[in-house]
Design a protein around this ligand. Structure first.
Ligand SMILES: [Cu+2]
Length: 261
């Protein structure tokens, strides 16, 4: 009974013809396309790719939820003393359950409120798991996502030692002290903190490791602006910055080149 090669198994012998196959193919194509056209007509579903399994079909309920104020930590007697624990946490974001790196189990992390002239003292515990990778040959590539450090974005303070030092390495399983003193003439406003460790900072921030720092005060607290005007603008705030503060800012942000090549 041998002798039947693959060539001999023509569609007609299998019970359907080539024409029938083409007809049924066209029918199947139409069957698959109709729901797509219907979906395209529905603006709610249009942007939801059917290829992404994690995208919910309904509008995410979290978008309708009221804004939840993060935990607020305030200074007392000139010091804001607190602790920040970096660890993995489950978070429901847009109706999707994610496992992300956080400060204190929330994203954003706690809001820190202090005043110019005060000191921020943080005990930072890095409870992220050990890194599984080594530093790559090209350190521009993202690496060792569980190393961290702490940066007070926008502050005009010391960048060295245990102050606002973005060159520190805070490795998993260890705790570190951070001590940042703001000058008395520090500009008031809303700032933020985030990790600044080379190789992992962007991954950790995208994961939700960031929080607000409010340096409290207003025009009435700035000696040069007192008594405060009834209305102000950012220009008057800038003109209120003392020469000492300006030279600190310019030294830090625009370091003078030693030599021009
Ligand atoms: Cu920054």
């Amino acid at each position: 009974m041998s002798g039947h090669s693959g060539r001999g198994l023509r569609p007609s012998k299998l019970g359907f013809s080539r024409r029938g196959l083409l007809r049924s193919g066209a029918g199947l194509g139409a069957f698959l396309w109709v729901p797509r056209i219907a979906r395209a007509a529905d603006p709610h579903q249009e942007h939801m790719s059917p290829t992404l399994g994690i995208v919910p079909r309904k509008p995410p309920p979290a978008m309708d939820a009221p804004l939840t104020e993060p935990d607020v930590r305030r200074s007392a007697n000139g010091v804001l003393q607190t602790s920040l624990r970096c660890a993995y946490t489950y978070r429901d974001v847009g109706g999707v359950r994610l496992y992300v790196r956080t400060y204190e189990g929330s994203s954003p992390g706690p809001t820190l409120r202090m005043k110019p002239g005060e000191t921020l003292k943080i005990r930072l515990a890095n409870d992220l798991p050990p890194n599984r990778d080594l530093v790559p040959a090209d350190i521009s590539n993202p690496h060792q996502f569980n190393n961290t450090n702490f940066h007070f974005h926008g502050s005009h303070t010391s960048p060295s030692g245990i102050s606002d030092n973005v060159m520190r390495s805070m490795v998993p399983g260890e705790s570190y002290d951070i001590e940042i003193t703001l000058p008395k003439d520090h500009t008031r406003g809303t700032y933020w903190y985030h990790p600044h460790h080379h190789g992992s900072a962007d991954i950790q921030m995208a994961s939700g490791m960031a929080g607000a720092i409010v340096v409290e005060g207003d025009f009435a607290d700035v000696p040069e602006r007192s008594p405060a005007p009834r209305s102000g603008c950012s220009c008057s705030l800038r003109s209120s910055t003392t020469p000492a503060a300006w030279s600190r800012i310019s030294r830090r942000c625009f370091p003078r080149p030693r030599r021009v090549f």
